[in-house]
Design a protein. Structure first.
Length: 129
């Protein structure tokens, strides 16, 4: 399964905890919609709804190609962020759950420990479970 195909595992309302490998956790959010082709998703901007190819961006997205078929296209999942920190402020400590996959549904006790530690570190309530 390619990186963006694992995004199909997510459903609206799912909680996502974002981990940068070898760096730490940088955010938690709630999925607000289904997986969508990255070249078709419309972002709310000050100039109205726009797709990534329509935006003038400092860093481009060369991997987003509208001519690719659905199997080779890049995808994204819309998320409402509940808490984020910069890469420099990433939370990491020995004993936290870590995984290299784009999406996973952990069942190990280490995951429960990780969520509790993140809630403590970021001073989050139970709404962030």
């Amino acid at each position: 399964m390619t990186t963006t195909k694992t995004l199909a595992m997510l459903s609206e309302g799912d909680r996502v905890w974002v981990y940068i490998p070898k760096t730490g956790y940088v955010g938690v959010g709630e999925v607000t919609g289904e997986r969508c082709r990255a070249d078709e998703y419309r972002f709310d901007t000050p100039d109205g709804p726009m797709t990534l190819p329509e935006m003038t961006l400092i860093e481009g997205y060369p991997q987003i190609d509208p001519t690719k078929d659905d199997d080779d296209a890049e995808y994204l999942v819309p998320v409402r962020w509940l808490h984020t920190v910069s890469r420099e402020e990433a939370f990491s400590e020995v004993g936290l759950f870590g995984n290299q996959n784009t999406v996973c549904k952990p069942t190990t006790p280490k995951w429960s420990h990780t969520v509790e530690r993140l809630k403590q570190a970021w001073r989050l309530g139970d709404e962030s479970t």
